[in-house]
Every structure is written in C-alpha cells, then in structure tokens.
Design a protein around this ligand. Structure first.
Ligand code: C2E
Ligand code: CA
Ligand code: CA
Length: 744
C-alpha cells in the first residue's frame, strides 16, 4: 500500500478478474494522482484518508489531514450540514450542487460526488471533489446571473432578488460577506440585501448615512462613481468615521463597486467584506464583475417598473398621486374611517382664474405655478393626508380624522398659504383658490359621491366670489345639475343663434359726441329670461365654446354695423370683446380680415378688446397675432385695465391703441384717495404712451367730472346709457344728437 494513502478496508464487491487488469499498485497510483480530490470520511464527516491530489490542494500532507473535519475546507460539508447529509446518503453516488473549497481564504469551485459505502465495522463515505475549470466557473457565474435575473423577471422584489444574489455569492465564496446598498436621490445609503454573514447591527448603523469623499468603502465608491478597495479597515482613512461600526463586528476589509443606472447615476453599491485584512482575489473579481451586471439590470428593471407605476398612478407634473391612486387610497381610508368610527374630510380645490394664466402666459408658466401650489399644499398637510391632482388646476385632498372644525381651520390655512405672492420669471402672481369641503360619511358614503359633492361645494365657493371655501350642502347638488343643464342649453343657444349683441355707447369727453359702441353679448333664454354674460362667458370658456361664441358675435356685429352704414346711421366704430383663448388660433387675424371684407367694414372701425392678462404672454404667437391685427388696421384696446397684473412696463411693448380703465376704479373714485391717485397715474401713463384712455362704468356726474379733469379721453357707463339692442341704440342716438344740437 502506498505510504501516503491508508485505504480503509471496504468489503469489496465481486471483482471481475481480467487478464489485462492493472495491478493493485497501479490502481493505487491512479487514485493517488487522480485529477480529482478523494476523501474518505467517517459518519461524523471527519477525514479517514485523502488522496494526494486533495492534500496538494489543501497544501498539507495527507496524514496531517486525518481526523480533521472536511467541513472546515468545504463549507457545504460543515458539521451540521454533514450530519444532515449523512442521514440522507445512500449507497448510490450523490451529487451536491457546485460548491467551494476554501484554502487560506481562497475558494475554488468544485463539483462534489458523495457515496456511502459499507465498512467492516461501520459505514463510511467517499467524497470525490472535481475542480471546476475556468469555463466551468464562467458557467457557474452565468447560472448565478440567470438565477437572479429569473427572480427579477418573475416579479420578485428588488430586495428579494438582491438577497438571492448575495446568498449565491456566499455559497460560491463562503469567505466573503456580500452586501448591496441602495443610494437614494438625496445621496443616502440604505441596506438592500446582504449575505447571512453580515451582522444586522452593521446594516442598522449605516442606514441613511450620506455618501461622500470619505464615507467608508461603499459611501466613497458611490460618491466617486468608481470601485474602492480597502485592504484594512483599521488603517484606511476613508473609514475614519465608520471604523467604529465595522471592526467590533469583525469586518476587516471591504471592496465596494458602484452600480449605475442607465442615466449614469449611482443607484447602489455592491461590496464584498472580509474578516481579515486582505485584497480581493482573481475569482472574487470575476464574481463581482458578474454580479455588477446583474445588479444594474435588476435595478434598471426595478426603476422602469417604478416609472411605469409612477406614470400610471402619479401626475407627471407635480408628482402627486393621480385620480386612480386617489381613488384607491380613498377606498382604503373610507373603510378605515368606518372601522374606527371617525370622520374624514375631502377638499376639492380649484385655482381661481388659472385659465387666464395658461391662455395668456402659456403652459410653461402655468405648469410652474401649479408645481408651486402643489408644494404649498404639501407643506401644509400631514403625513397621513393624501393630496392628488385630478388634472388642470384641480386638486383633491383626503384628510383622515378631520371633522368640520378641523376642516375649517385647515381651509383657512391653505387659502392663506396659496395667496402668498409668487414670482415666476418676471411675472408676479397673487394666486387664490376656491375650496369645496365634504365630510365622510355625512356628505357622501362612497368616493364618487363624496367627490361629486365636494366639487359642487367648490363651485359654490367660486360663485361666492372665489378665494374662499364652502362646506357641501345637499341643495348644492341641484345647483351642480343646473350647471350641466345650463351648459347644454348654451350649446343649443349658440347653435340656434340665440345669443345677440347689445350695444353701449362710448362718448368722447371733448365734444360729448359718440365715439363708438361696445358690443356685449346677451343670451335671451326662452324660460329663464336674460342670462348675464358674467355667467355664460366663464361657462363658454370652461367648455371650450368661447372662440365659437366670439366669432359668431364678431360676424353678427359687423353685419349690424354694415347695415347701419347702409342706412346712413353714423356709428363711428364698434368694440368687440375677445377672450384670450382666441389667440390660440394662429389664423385669428385672417379670420377677422375675412369678416371685415365680407361686410365691407373699414378695419379702423373695429376695436378688439383684449384682457390685460393676455398682454403678459410668454408666447410669441400672441405678439404675432396682435401685430398682424394691427397691420390689418383694426384697433386694439386693453380691457379691464388695472385689475389683473401689477406691471405696467409691458404696455409699451405691445401694439395697442387704447386702454380701458376698469370699472372698479371708476366705482371707488370719489371715496378712495388711493384709487384716485392710481387712476390719474394710469391716465397719464396711457397718454405718455399715446394711448386713448376710456373709462368704463361711469354712473355719476361726480365720476365724470373727475375723469374729465384728469384728461381721460372717453367714457361709457349707465350715466349715458345701458347696453341696449340695436334698435334701441338707434333711438338713443337720435335723442342724443337732438339734445346735443339743442345745446349748441
Ligand atoms: P366688460 O367688457 O368689462 O363689459 C362691461 C360690462 O360692464 C358690461 O357687463 C356692461 O353691461 C357693464 N356696464 C357698463 N356700464 C356700466 C355701469 O355704469 N355700471 C355698471 N355696474 N356696469 C356697467 P356685461 O354686459 O354683463 O358683460 C360682462 C362681461 O362679459 C364683459 O365685461 C366682458 O368681459 C364679457 N363679455 C360680454 N360680451 C362678450 C363677448 O361677446 N365676448 C367675450 N369674450 N366676452 C364678453
Ligand atoms: Ca369690454
Ligand atoms: Ca371692462
């Protein structure tokens, strides 16, 4: 028998004697130097004998190994595992999954084949260990990748699939502890997964620590965007702040690599820790390369999923939950409120006059205003509240454990927060909102009805003058219904040409003569009688019918003017109101030109009244349209001047002819010194810019006197005449001319 191998005595089974069979010594020689390690173990997993190959792999003499547990070199076979395995072993060969043989902290991959054999006194086992060649290692790494990616594809969470990865790495290289840390957008790390050797205390200690230029191996790797290898945690200055967490737990070296998203941001780190100061081995490097690849794929997949989730459930502009998510959350919260017998409030919040911002300044500015508002709302709500954007300028808030008095306090707080002035680019806004409030279960027993009712309450807040809130009351539903009814009636009216123009004279101060008339839309409803434009113009704007209305009006008015001209009735000019939405249509000037042409109206007879907010546009096309209209020869007037935005500076930039001092100024002229000063300033600025200044809403002689003294050019108002149908205007004109000639 060969010196180095002391073969246990097996009860050999029947051997086939063959003439050319090799001698026993050849057989032993073969076994001794076989290309595989062979170990004979007793029932407790201790070595009875090994062949030379295995002894070589372990850098020891075969005899030195006798009596040692093989498990100390092959972690798969350590004591508890072996005990388990031994009971399962049969006399047939048993193959273990690929495993590692660890010698002096280095692993090499092995295939194991184990067989139980009957001995003379007791059974023993033979373990055949065959080394994996390089391509086999590759294969193993591919298997690892495939296994983890399969977990990802099967919808396992990121933490689960990364956990699987760490566990597999630990099987292949039991001498390392493997961790994956996630790096959030604020640059803080969060343990995502680790192999079982990682002490939980370490994960806890480093959670939420910031990355930085010397933040241990992982924090630094994330910060630099490149791998960081710390050979000895005790000595590396990168670990100065973190050593205290690692050393007491037996972590001595660490090699960390950043994982980047497709966009290049470091989203995680993958690290191997060692229990001794040391460098990584070539096999570890191979392992890490394979893992980084899987990690970045898994994280990318996860991010894509989150994006899809984000798109499906969140508003892209404000990142607030959208209607779907609101509904889901509401259903949960409503159930909870029922269970806990508590109230819950829903707020329906709608910005006031937001449409004007969008129409006149463009969507980019409007969007930024919305984002600002959403942030103001967020900063005034609790963690447990849900705030969602339904679309446009509508926000819905879900407030668990909120009764009437809480809701009232919160509504007031929110209105104040929203009303803080905000500057976006050069524009200053004083945003306000209207809020409808519903309390569950009183004002609706399910999400849909609660939403409908708070919406109705919001409309009432608007109706009450905006910048306020209203609690839902059952009567409001009737009003909401009415609005729908009104909307459909309006469509019908537009279709049937039931909307007509009335005319209000505009007089020159200098000679008290008619300078022109303003055409104002009137809706004569067959049942309800006269409906005010203050009601149906906003309705038309909201349901997208305003352009049709304005263009129908323009046509009817030009037709009327042509008829007057034909009959020799002298109406010097007519002013027509145009909503800002008309300027969304690029061919506005052409349309106007074609109407003028159709009725042979000289363009100079037409004044288009636009609102001040339109002037504050961000969009080129508004300026282009205004320019084209001016080139066409029509006059342009800024309506309601002084109400919208506080900046006068833009007036010089725009090609307008006229400004109309808002009624609210004229109304308070005699009582309010400040308003008087402001009005004088507006008139003189207008004149400096060579604009005609028209005062609206003049009702008294006192107002008229003041305006005349200040040099205002023209006036209109009940003092002279109310807006009247065309025929009545003719009568008024006859009377006016008669009285004028009497005076002369
Ligand atoms: P606006 O352009 O400022 O029109 C002046 C409003 O003041 C008119 O109200 C007019 O009837 C009223 N008014 C005139 N003189 C006096 C006065 O001395 N005292 C008082 N208290 N009010 C006076 P109306 O006709 O109800 O129109 C309201 C608004 O509806 C208009 O305000 C205008 O912005 C809009 N509108 C009217 N017709 C049209 C239209 O055809 N198209 C568009 N886009 N808007 C229109
Ligand atoms: Ca007007
Ligand atoms: Ca006006």
């Amino acid at each position: 028998m060969d010196q180095d191998i002391c073969m246990p005595q097996a009860t050999t089974q029947a051997t086939t004697q063959d003439l050319v069979s090799p001698s026993d010594s050849i057989l032993r020689q073969t076994l001794r130097d076989a290309a595989m390690g062979v170990a004979w173990l007793d029932a407790t997993g201790h070595i009875i004998s090994v062949n030379q190959t295995l002894a070589n792999w372990l850098n020891q003499n075969p005899s030195q190994l006798n009596g040692q547990p093989l498990g100390q070199f092959v972690p798969r076979l350590d004591e508890p595992l072996w005990r388990n395995l031994w009971h399962q072993l049969t006399y047939a060969p048993f193959s273990e999954p690929r495993t590692a043989l660890v010698v002096e902290q280095e692993s090499r991959l092995l295939d194991l084949l184990i067989q139980r054999l009957p001995g003379e006194q007791q059974d023993f086992a033979v373990v055949y260990l065959s080394a994996s060649h390089n391509h086999r290692e590759q294969n193993t790494l591919h298997n690892l990748q495939a296994e983890v990616l399969e977990a990802v594809a099967r919808g396992k969470s990121l933490a689960e699939s990364m956990g699987l990865l760490c566990q597999r790495v630990a099987t292949l290289a039991p001498e390392v502890i493997c961790t994956v840390l996630q790096v959030d957008e604020q640059g803080r790390v969060h343990p995502l997964a680790a192999s079982s050797g990682m002490p939980e205390a370490f994960n806890k200690a480093i959670d939420s620590l910031p990355i930085g230029p010397s933040a241990g191996s992982c924090g630094t790797a994330a910060y630099r965007g490149e791998p960081v290898e710390t050979v000895d945690i005790a000595l590396d200055p990168l670990w100065d702040e973190y050593r205290k967490f690692a050393l007491p737990l037996g972590l001595r070296a660490c090699w960390s690599s950043p994982i980047k998203s497709r966009a290049g941001r470091v989203v995680a780190t993958f690290a191997l820790y060692y229990r001794q100061p040391r460098k990584s081995s070539p096999f570890h490097r191979q392992l890490v390369t394979a893992c980084l690849h899987v990690c970045s794929l898994a994280i990318e997949h996860h991010e894509a999923e989150q994006r899809i989730h984000q798109l499906a459930f969140f508003d892209t502009l404000t990142r607030l939950p959208n209607r779907e998510l609101l509904q889901e959350q509401a259903q949960r919260e409503l159930l909870r409120a029922v269970r806990e017998k508590r109230e819950l409030a829903m707020f329906f919040l709608d910005l006031d006059r937001f449409k004007h911002v969008n129409d006149s300044l463009g969507h980019a500015i409007g969007d930024r205003l919305l984002v600002e508002i959403s942030q103001r709302l967020l900063s005034n709500l609790r963690e447990s509240d849900t705030i969602s954007r339904l679309g446009g300028d509508e926000f819905v808030l879900l407030l668990p454990q909120c009764n009437d008095s809480h809701a009232r306090v919160l509504a007031e707080k929110l209105l104040l927060a929203i009303a803080e002035p905000v500057t976006i680019d050069q524009y200053q806004f004083n945003p306000t909102a209207s809020i409808g409030i519903g309390i569950f279960p009183r004002d609706g027993t399910d999400f849909e009805s609660l939403l409908r009712n708070t919406d109705a309450a919001m409309y009432h807040a608007k109706g009450a003058g905006r910048n306020t809130y209203r609690f839902f009351r059952p009567e409001m539903n009737i009003a909401a219904n009415e609005r729908l009814v009104l909307e459909s009636a309006f469509r019908q009216a537009l279709h049937n040409n039931e909307i007509q123009a009335h005319f209000q004279p505009i007089l020159r101060f200098s000679d008290q003569q008619l300078a022109g008339v303003e055409a104002l839309a009137r809706w004569q409803h067959p049942q309800r009688g006269m409906i005010s434009p203050a009601t149906f113009i906003p309705l038309a704007e909201e349901c997208g019918l305003i352009n049709r209305l304005d263009q129908a009006m323009l046509r009817a008015i030009c037709q009327q003017l042509a008829q007057w001209r034909e009959r020799g009735i002298v109406i010097p000019g007519v002013a027509v109101n145009l909503s800002a939405q008309n300027f969304r249509e690029p061919d506005l000037a052409e349309r106007v030109a074609s109407v003028l042409q159709e009725f042979s109206i000289p363009p100079g007879c037409l004044t288009l009244e636009i609102t001040e907010s339109l002037m504050l546009h961000g969009a080129e096309h508004v300026l282009d349209s205004l320019q084209a209209l001016r080139t066409l020869g029509v006059r342009l007037a800024v309506d309601d001047f002084g109400t919208g935005f506080s900046s006068l500076s833009y007036l010089a930039k725009f090609p307008v002819h006229e400004l109309k001092l808002d009624q609210s100024f004229v109304r308070s002229l005699l009582e309010d010194g400040q308003i008087r000063a402001l009005s004088s300033a507006i008139i003189s600025i207008g004149h400096r810019l060579q604009l005609t200044v028209v005062a609206e809403g003049v009702e008294t002689a006192g107002q008229l006197d003041f305006l005349q003294q200040e040099g205002c050019d023209m006036a209109q108002g009940y003092y002279f005449a109310r807006p009247v149908p065309a025929a009545e205007l003719e009568q008024w004109l006859a009377r006016h001319q008669a009285s004028n000639s009497n005076k002369q």
